[in-house]
Design a protein around this ligand. Structure first.
Ligand code: FAD
Ligand code: SF4
Ligand code: SF4
Length: 476
């Protein structure tokens, strides 16, 4: 397989923002003629099962029909009627398991490249300066008669979707975000080369243009509580879209050594605090020379590819099962292979070795073999006695999963959480055990996907709309 020359990728632009924009986005976009020709393949199926495969129910034949007739403005309107963040989804949706998996053309060949067409149309809209596809009302008129005000906690995909939809329905919506920028994982987790931050920024601006107010640096559970929002600040309902940002560690010896990161911290330093633009930005990050990333999911792939771009000579994945069991998307694994990432499969870390200054100097691993399937249906890895060896590394990044931060549940009496720390909520409406409080996205499901979080935000928005209208009507 051809290797990508990483040294050729970073652009020499002087402006840090420009350099950030160019930081190696892998060019997967369609050109106009490709998008038009792909759209011709759509059968315009009467029942369009593709739409059912999309958690926000984009009317796919409608936007594709507009695209193939050359009416891009109409295609944008069709897309944005259901999807507030199409340029983001066009880049990061796992389409192969969502809309594209249901496409009837796919029964006898390649399904329609719905995600790529979506990205093309959404990028065209961004190039028009976001003037197209605006479906909101005059923000100054919110709330409309019969509507109320809603607080949304967390400006990730779940919160932004719920907020945008509720504003469109006529409610006054305020989003409270703990970090200094909105976007959630879209901003702090997914790297620039997969999802440029100017795209996230532009789609957040679009959500704001629908009438949504976003307040950053506002930590719910510290600066204010859910009860205060409902009882003192006059909100009629609250939506919790606080994600699952609490990293897990393995609990092996040496994990507190210098040079051990959680994937979240590593990616946040690189993406959000722009450590990769040092010295223009002075965020410290250890630019490991030999980096091991523990885990086999998309977060592990993003971490290892980021480490490589930050200059690591060795950037390796250490995963305890085989390639077949790896949860990362196949295309992410292929990109990592193309970029020269090493894969240490059927390998489990058992100890982190450090020097006298407590800096990482190696990762002691043990080889594994696969046994019978476990509860997850994947074959259970078992250690091979006497197979221990040391992988010489100076940085270890743990990408073995995350769970929801307990801050909001602990400060909200009456809000039930599961034993995994996820908020207990109705899977359709997002209604929680506390009156007037709804929840969706990773905070409820545990770590999942952008489009699933958006689907949950959309369903909750519909339920909150009904709840608030009934409450406002009852108050006369
Ligand atoms: P989040 O995106 O986590 O947003 C939650 C927001 O709530 C955050 O901004 C957080 O700061 C804020 N918050 C938390 N607590 C509080 C509080 N107390 N007060 C105020 N605000 C608070 N999915 C895909 O579909 N495709 C991908 O390619 C993909 N890649 C990924 C790569 C990485 C590195 C990671 C970590 C995840 C990836 N995912 C991907 C998963 C996807 O990003 C998440 O499933 C999705 O972002 C969940 O959305 P959310 O809105 O529920 O939560
Ligand atoms: Fe497919 Fe995602 Fe677009 Fe829905 S939002 S149509 S799942 S690419
Ligand atoms: Fe077009 Fe495929 Fe959807 Fe049919 S299922 S409408 S061919 S995208």
């Amino acid at each position: 397989m051809a290797k990508l020359d990483l040294n050729r990728q970073p652009m020499p632009a002087q402006d840090p923002e420009e350099r950030s924009r160019n930081f190696n986005e892998v060019a997967l976009g369609y050109r106009q003629e490709q998008a038009f020709s792909e759209a011709q393949r759509c059968l315009q199926c009467k029942n369009h099962p593709c739409t059912e495969g999309c958690p926000v129910n984009v009317d796919i034949p409608e936007f594709v029909a507009a695209l193939r007739s050359g009416d891009l403005a109409a295609a944008v309107v069709a897309l944005k009627r259901k999807n507030n963040l199409p340029a983001i989804c066009g880049r990061v949706c796992p389409q192969e398991t969502q809309c594209e998996s249901r496409c009837l053309v796919g029964k006898k060949g390649a399904p329609l490249a719905i995600g790529r067409m979506e990205r093309f149309v959404a990028d065209w809209a961004l190039a028009q300066n976001g003037k197209n596809g605006k479906g909101g009302v005059d923000p100054s008129s919110l709330p409309l008669p019969g509507c109320g005000s809603v607080a949304v906690i967390g400006a990730g995909p779940a919160g932004l979707t719920a907020a945008g939809d509720l504003a469109r329905m006529g409610h006054k919506v305020t989003v409270f975000e703990a970090l200094h920028v909105p976007g959630g994982v879209l901003s702090y987790g997914i790297p620039e080369f997969r999802l440029p931050k100017h795209v996230v920024k532009a789609e957040v601006e679009y959500v704001k243009s629908l009438g949504v107010e976003i307040l950053c640096d506002m930590v719910c559970g510290k600066a204010f509580t859910v009860d205060e929002l409902l009882e003192e600040f006059g909100y009629d309902a609250v939506f919790l879209g606080t994600g699952a940002g609490l990293p897990s560690f393995m609990g092996i010896p040496g994990e507190n050594s210098n040079g051990v990161y959680s994937a979240n911290e590593f990616l946040t330093r690189s993406n959000l605090m722009k450590a990769y633009l040092f010295p223009d930005y002075d965020t410290p990050i250890i630019r490991g020379n030999r980096v091991a990333v523990v885990g086999g999911g998309n977060v592990a792939m993003d971490s290892v590819r980021t480490a490589k771009r930050l200059g690591a000579k060795l950037a390796a994945i250490v995963y305890r099962r085989s390639l077949d069991e790896m949860p990362a998307r196949r295309e992410e694994v292929e990109h990592a292979e193309e970029e020269g990432i090493e894969f240490h499969l059927l390998t489990n870390p058992i100890r982190i070795l450090a020097d006298e200054g407590n800096w990482v100097r190696g990762l002691e691993c043990q080889k594994m073999e696969l046994g019978e399937p476990d509860a997850s249906g994947r074959r259970r890895p078992a250690p091979i006695a006497g197979s221990e060896y040391v992988l010489e590394v100076d940085t270890v990044i743990m990408a073995i999963g995350t769970s929801p931060n307990p801050l909001v549940p602990r400060s909200t009496p009456g809000l039930e959480v599961s034993r995994h720390g996820t908020v207990v909520a109705d899977p359709v409406s997002g209604k929680t055990t506390k009156e007037g409080v709804y929840a969706g996205g990773d905070a409820v499901t545990g770590a999942a996907t952008v489009i699933e979080a958006m689907g949950a935000g959309k369903r909750s928005a519909a339920a909150i709309d009904e709840y608030v209208r009934a409450k406002v009507a009852a108050l006369g």
